[in-house]
Design a protein around this ligand. Sequence first.
Ligand code: PHE
Length: 344
Amino acid sequence: MELLTKMKEEGLAKIKDCCDIASLQQIKVDYLGKKGSIQELMKQMKELSQEERPLFGKQVNELKEVFENAIEDQKQYLEEKQMKERMEQEKIDITLPGLRPHLGTLHPLTRIQQEIEDLFIGLGYSIAEGPEIEFDSYNFERANIPQGHPARDMQDTFYIHGDLLLRTHTTAIQTRQLEKYAPQAPVMVICPGKVYRRDDDDATHSHQFTQIEGLVIGEQVAMSDLKGTLELMAKKMFGDKRTIRFRPSYFQFTEPSVEVDVSCHICNGKGCHVCKETGWIEVLGAGMVHPHVLEMAGYDPKKVSGFAFGVGVERVAMLKYGIDDIRHFYMNDIRFLKTFTRFE
Ligand code: PHE
């Protein structure tokens, strides 16, 4: 009996102190297993007298039950504890505000370029590009600006060495396209790209900027075609109410040449600070492709004619979005770029 009481105290203490399920399992085996202490006790029964046996057997069975219950309780307690600890560790506070991912937006220059490209692709044009490091011949000679001609001074050039320079205008793409297609016609291309000039950077000048040039070659292409095309482009860029006007101008590679004004999109032509009270804003250079330029490329100017126009993308973006400093485009200030999400 004493042995039983001692075993009970010892066993219950062990079970209570046990703090993980594996050791609890071991205790269970030690006491209740086939070779466990309870089984040992049962074996000792035969050494007892006939009278003593029933009581002893009853006590052992009771002890067995006590152990079973205690182990089961401890197991439940440990499992709950384990679960609680896990919950504690894996806790996430779903009421915390989330982190907003930074979404990119199209750069305003890309936006304008894509708008213009979309319009002209819709009209049947294709898009052509060319190298930014260019030969003097494509940038100047074939555009009818020979060596030593004063017109070269109008476009202060970054020379690399010898014949190589950074193209000063997308007209260099035009002369390449003319050479590529001659004497085929018709040709309808849009030539977007970066151009470089040795200008000091300020609010309206940048040593690198973006142009888009348009070129059409065909039989009987006339100035009225140019005018109709540019009017469509003006409406696309600045709204359906826009009209355009031509003013005589001079470019070496077009004859006649024009400066193209668009009626002011801010005041509708009444006069405001944006159009300097004139009602008109100058946005384009254009003209009929000079016969000599056609000839140099391999076309017969008696058979085909063409028009070309060039537009500054930064200038269009500045007018359209009311941006007052060209340098904003190149700073990569995320706050500036973010303001354009509203145009999406
Ligand atoms: N290449 C001219 C410039 O950079 C623009 C232009 C293009 C003018 C095509 C007429 C025709 O200023």
